[in-house]
Design a protein around this ligand. Structure first.
Ligand code: ACO
Length: 160
């Protein structure tokens, strides 16, 4: 995407009466049950371009000092154009504005592109929850020919 189009991207909280773009959240998390477990406790932000929702992220407070991006996704036709990076930058600014010190994000061991993107955006690996996906998801998940078994937790220290 060229800078001109990215400049038109608006990222803002989902308005109270607007429907949740559930299909988009399912791109990041295949379990409706898991999504329903955090949706109501989180703050959902959407990225719009000319009125169309192109992406989203959801922030969920974990403690007084830490907030996590529990779900982040960009519509397939808009992926690879810089929107994901813009959402991560926005999430960092928003988390700092809300007074948090740390921003966390978790992804599977098989999510190679996401691990690349998150580290490029300043996140560092903090922990590995072994067998998280095999224990919490009923179906086996495969990506890039690798079984998704473990959760890699990454963290970024925010500067106010
Ligand atoms: N393979 C390799 N590199 C990639 C890929 C890919 N599939 N996708 C993005 N990248 C790279 C880009 O080249 C770019 O790198 P650069 O800055 O060095 O040029 C960088 O990652 C940023 O790319 P963006 O265009 O900003 O990313 P995008 O808009 O595609 O958003 C996202 C990334 C959110 C992961 C999107 O691809 C997506 O929605 N994927 C499906 C859902 C998903 O996996 N969500 C994350 C699950 S984990 C969680 O929700 C906490």
């Amino acid at each position: 995407m060229n800078n001109h189009l990215l400049q038109q991207l608006s990222i803002h909280p989902l308005p109270p009466q607007a429907p949740v773009p559930f299909e988009l959240l399912l791109l990041a998390d295949p379990s409706r049950k898991m999504i329903n477990g955090y949706l109501d406790r989180g703050m959902l932000y959407v990225a719009t371009l000319q009125g169309e929702i192109t992406g989203e992220y959801l922030l969920l407070p974990e403690s007084q000092s830490t907030i996590a991006i529990k779900n982040i996704a960009v519509q397939p036709q808009w992926q690879g154009k810089g929107i994901g990076k813009s959402l991560l930058q926005h999430a960092s600014l928003e988390a700092a504005r809300l007074g948090y010190e740390y921003l966390q994000i978790g992804t599977g061991n098989s999510s190679v592109a996401q691990l690349y993107l998150y580290q490029r955006c300043g996140f560092d690996i903090k922990a590995i929850w072994r067998n998280y996906f095999t224990e919490h998801y009923p179906e086996a998940i495969y990506e890039n020919g690798i079984q998704c078994r473990h959760m890699i937790l990454l963290e970024k220290t925010l500067t106010a």
